[in-house]
Design a protein around this ligand. Structure first.
Ligand code: F6P
Length: 358
């Protein structure tokens, strides 16, 4: 029987993390009489034994708050943990020992990095349940959405609405760079919702000639401005992804960023039309979750706690349509979910004239 469960938030933060924590605590206490503790700052907090009790009082009022009351980090991996400058050690056994000292099982609220670590720890005997978090919506949990995504692309959509009027007034091309790592979900969704003319995503390498074809077509129809959404992981057919920096201790050390500037410069050179670029950056990760994300996060928190109480470990909670359907951690650890380039959403975008630069 599970008497006490531990929770941690790992990887980049996403709107809805607090809503999940709140739902876990409420369900644990009210439904199952299980105690909840939190490790601060992801796996770093486990290894540093940075623990806090989570009762209903601690989670009161946090539903609409962005970020995570537990703190997080996207750089500490217990399988390769930095113990001194340039020296890393496998501390996974110690990590499991510490978790078992404090709790009977662990809920990891994380993206592919933290959940892959969770999978490896589960292989070594840890009782784990995962909650799918990321603004990138790139977790391999079937067709289920990750919480945080709706808030992120709603914000990018609002940005496009604002850029629309200024681009139109100045007859400019405005390029909006959005996050998403190696998947174009944020760019595709925000681009369609925000009426973009061109959407560039990592799944479809683009050519400047094709983008210009679209801009010229708009000029013929007396549209003297254009909006281009570019995902940070997009690249030209003959180009590379643009890397902003490397975070050495991270399970994925590459941090993307900068393609927006490259696209804007090249388009200005090739078309003679004035271009501007806006990089949304971490604004996409902050702020209060949308109602959709609050509900999704709440459902995921409740479902994670249900699995714990039923002793069904090794799963990530996910929604199949309106039904909760857990996915094996092993599936999530296999790799990320990219945009389906043959999917209905992309074909719908093409049919209304959006160019993908191909
Ligand atoms: O995975 C979430 C995400 O925001 C990505 O979209 C982005 O590439 C990355 O994290 C940025 O990471 P950091 O917070 O380390 O800059």
């Amino acid at each position: 029987m599970v008497k006490r469960v531990a929770v941690l938030t790992g990887g980049g933060d996403a709107p809805g993390l607090n809503a999940v924590i709140r739902a876990i605590v409420k369900t644990a206490v009210r439904e199952y009489g299980i105690e909840v503790i939190g490790f601060r700052d992801g796996f770093k907090g486990v290894l540093e034994k940075h623990v806090t009790m989570l009762s209903e009082a601690e989670v009161s009022g946090i539903l609409p708050r962005g970020g995570t009351i537990l703190g997080t980090t996207n750089r500490d991996n217990p399988f390769s943990y930095q113990v001194a400058e340039g020296i890393s050690r496998d501390r996974s056994d110690e990590c499991i020992e510490i978790i078992h000292k404090y709790a009977d099982a662990l809920i990891i609220i994380g993206g592919d990095g933290s959940l892959s670590i969770g999978y490896e720890l589960a292989q070594k005997g840890l009782k784990v349940v995962g909650c799918p978090k990321t603004i990138d919506n790139d977790l391999a949990v079937g067709q289920a959405k990750t919480f945080g995504f709706d808030t992120a692309y709603a914000f990018a959509t609002e940005a496009l609405d604002r850029l629309h009027s200024t681009a139109e007034s100045h007859h400019r091309i405005i390029v909006l760079e959005v996050m998403g790592r190696y998947a174009g979900h944020i760019a595709l969704h925000a681009g369609i919702a925000g009426g973009a003319d061109v959407i560039l995503i990592p799944e479809i390498p683009f050519s400047f000639d094709k983008i210009i074809e679209k801009i010229d077509d708009r000029l013929i129809h007396n549209k003297r401005f254009s909006l281009v959404v570019v995902a940070e992981g997009a690249r030209a057919i003959d180009g590379e992804m643009v890397i902003n920096n490397y975070v050495t201790q991270s399970s994925d050390p590459i941090r993307l960023g900068g393609i927006g500037e490259v696209v804007a410069k090249e388009l200005e050179k090739l078309t003679g039309i004035e271009c501007r670029v806006t990089v949304l950056g971490h604004l996409q990760r902050g702020g209060s979750p949308t109602p959709y994300d609050r509900i999704l996060a709440t459902r995921y928190g409740v479902a994670a706690m249900d699995l714990i109480a039923q002793r069904q470990f090794g799963y990530v909670v996910a929604m199949d349509g309106d039904n909760l359907k857990p996915v094996a951690l092993a599936e999530v650890a296999k790799g990320i979910r990219k945009v389906d380039v043959k999917g209905d959403l992309l074909s719908c975008a093409r049919k209304i004239g959006i160019s993908f630069g191909d």
